[in-house]
Ligand binder design. Structure first.
Ligand code: 6GU
Length: 242
């Protein structure tokens, strides 16, 4: 997969050199490039913004500078143009799975009051898949941190990036629609707290049942919205209605 991030703060994306995303890049599974938007500015001050049409506070990013950048970076019909914005629908694990199938993701990171709305409109009309998405109900200063979040969520799903793909199966927000069960390791007793006996029993059937019950109870307590959204067929005959 190819991922391009266009931003006026390329240094924000330095974390993409690290850890799992960094390894995916050095191993060749991921071609990730970060671009400075000001490269495409044309005046001697390298201006990327202007005052809002109709008046009001703040500045708006210019469509001509963004257009020059995106014309160069977008590779083809298999590209998803992602515009991080608090005004979009929420990015979810389902979104991450869908984008992991794309040939290219381009993140257009806005700052100030956002990017002139004609940019998204133009690329959509040109047949590009444009996705204006939020990462949650709070306001950030720009799209860079959101691009980091979404990049990590997508890249860890690419084939070969996670050594043991079994670790993708049972995790929170996976197919079961439940949060993950609690996990423990040695020592068996720590500050007078014990690892649950069932996990030391060696009885795989009982352990699986206990973990499922814990996932259900935890999801009901912490995220009742997820329990309400479960398909009726998602519950097995031993699941309790708690
Ligand atoms: Cl994607 N961008 C900004 N600027 N703020 C946000 C966001 C995105 N998602 C939540 N808040």
């Amino acid at each position: 997969m190819r991922i391009d991030v266009v931003t006026i703060f390329p240094e924000y994306l330095a974390a993409l050199d690290l850890s799992l995303v960094g390894k995916a890049r050095t191993s060749g599974l991921l071609d990730l490039q970060v671009h400075d938007l000001r490269t495409w500015a044309t005046d001697r001050h390298r201006t990327v913004d202007d005052t809002p049409a109709g008046g009001g506070a703040g500045m708006v990013m210019r469509p001509d500078v963004w257009g020059a950048a995106l014309d160069e970076v977008i590779q083809g019909p298999g590209t998803v143009l992602v515009v991080p914005t608090p005004s979009g629908p929420t990015f979810t694990q389902e979104t991450a799975h869908a984008w992991a199938e794309a040939d290219q993701l381009v993140f257009a990171c806005g700052r100030y009051e956002g990017i002139d709305a004609r940019v998204a409109e133009h690329y959509r009309a040109a047949g590009v898949q444009v996705r204006e998405v939020s990462i949650g109900d709070y306001v950030l200063n720009g799209g860079e941190v959101a691009a980091l979040v979404m990049t990590e969520a997508v890249v860890r799903l690419l084939p070969g990036v996670i050594g043991n793909p079994a670790s993708l199966v049972e995790e929170s927000h996976g197919e079961a629609g439940l949060l993950e069960y609690p996990v423990f390791t040695r020592p068996v007793t720590w500050r007078e707290l014990d690892v649950p006996d069932v996990l030391m029993s060696g009885h795989h059937g009982k352990i699986a049942r206990w973990r499922r019950d814990q996932a259900l109870a935890r999801t009901a307590a912490r995220r009742p919205d997820l329990v309400a959204a479960l398909e009726p067929t998602a519950l097995d005959k031993d699941d309790r209605a708690t």
